[in-house]
Ligand binder design. Structure first.
Ligand code: FMN
Length: 349
């Protein structure tokens, strides 16, 4: 089975193609990882997952979706993640990465609702356009503020490397700040960060360059994008393909292809593997490695996606919440070889 065969990004080998998709747990105080996070991520390593990607982690406090999101803007946070990373490395063959992000106009929320300025903070965005008309108008970022944010992504990357993470994923999907710059519907700037395709992707490209500056041959860089935002004149699959070509030249190792999130009320038709065609198209048109995500629940479906050449990695979110042992169990049912933790070896038969 391809699903249980290794794959290499730069010099980093993943033992199989199962990836725990990044998932916010809204369980941090001051951005710190705690015992909950330790059990949550460590158990997916015990479950045989090839790569674990830690939840969207704010590069600055105001970049968090909620006040309880994870963060990586200080050294205490670095140490809190290091404990998890060390355990994963010392007790499993799994690799562990982290998703770095900034929520922009979609920050300062709780339960999907914008918080008051007293409970939350002022949001920022490329343009003065709120996500929903009921929300406060975000502060339009100045060019020095944009440059500072690029540096914030770089600083968070340095901390992630200090914590020992293997992979950095930049969150450029789901209508968060980088996506807000990419879409002509949320970015109406008329300086070098708005207008043409090259200008709209400039913020992302500058972050990629800044982050890559710190990454060596053992630390690959992934970028999660929304392959489409399902809205006329919005960010499209065609632009995603162009972006992937560009990022390939910029030494990005994989595009993790999700969708939507930037336009309130956009209609998304859900079906099993609904985002796989986006990953497949990007892979076919650019030769870029892709990750497929979205309603993939079984080893059989995952294997089919890989065999058809639609993606190189399979990301699972809700299914791996239900079953931390998905990789081990899928291997057992599909008769694929999977590393069991040696303590669990008797469960093979
Ligand atoms: C609880 C939860 C939290 C999520 N948080 C994030 C996140 O931090 N970053 C991200 O890119 N996607 C996030 N997502 C989206 C998932 O990574 C994934 O793309 C989506 O759930 C579709 O995959 P699934 O059908 O396997 O759940 C989250 C999803 C869930 C269910």
């Amino acid at each position: 089975m391809i699903l249980y065969s290794p794959i290499t990004f730069r010099n980093l080998e993943l033992k199989n193609r199962w990836v725990m998709s990044p998932m916010c747990m809204y369980s941090s105080e001051n951005g710190l990882a705690n015992d909950f996070h330790f059990v949550h991520y460590a158990s997916r390593a015990q479950g045989g997952t090839g790569l674990i990607i830690v939840e969207a982690t704010g590069v600055v406090p105001e970049g968090r979706i909620t006040p309880k999101c994870a963060g990586l803007w200080n050294d205490e946070q670095t140490q809190s993640f290091k404990k998890i990373v060390d355990f994963v490395h010392q007790n499993s063959e799994s690799k562990i990465g982290i998703q770095l992000g900034h929520a922009g106009r979609k920050s300062s929320t709780w339960n999907g609702k914008q918080l008051s300025l007293e409970e939350g903070w002022e949001t920022v965005a490329p343009s003065k356009i709120p996500y929903h008309e009921s929300e406060r108008v975000p502060h339009e970022l100045t060019i020095p503020e944009i440059k500072k944010l690029v540096q914030d992504f770089k600083d968070a990357t340095r901390r992630a490397l200090e914590a020992g993470f293997d992979v950095i994923e930049i969150h450029a999907a789901h209508g968060y700040l980088i996506h807000q710059f990419m879409s002509p519907l949320s970015n109406v700037r008329n300086d070098e960060y708005g207008g043409s395709f090259e200008n709209r992707i400039r913020f992302l490209v500058e972050i990629v360059d800044a982050v890559n500056d710190l990454l060596d041959e053992n630390h690959p860089l992934f970028v999660r994008i929304s392959g489409t935002e399902y809205t006329e004149n919005g960010w499209s699959l065609e632009e995603s393909v162009e972006l992937a070509k560009f990022l390939k030249d910029k030494k990005v190792d994989l595009i993790d292809v999700s969708s939507g999130g930037n336009i309130h009320g956009a209609k998304i038709t859900l079906f099993d593997g609904y985002q796989v065609p986006l990953a497949a198209e990007i892979r076919k048109k650019t030769g870029m490695k892709t990750g497929a995500v979205g309603l993939i629940k079984t080893a059989e479906t995952a294997e089919e996606i890989l065999e058809k050449g639609e993606a190189d990695l399979i990301l699972v979110a809700r299914e791996i919440l239900r079953n931390p042992y998905l990789a081990i169990q899928g291997s057992f049912n599909g008769k694929g070889e999977c590393d069991f933790p040696h303590q669990y070896d008797r469960a093979r038969i």
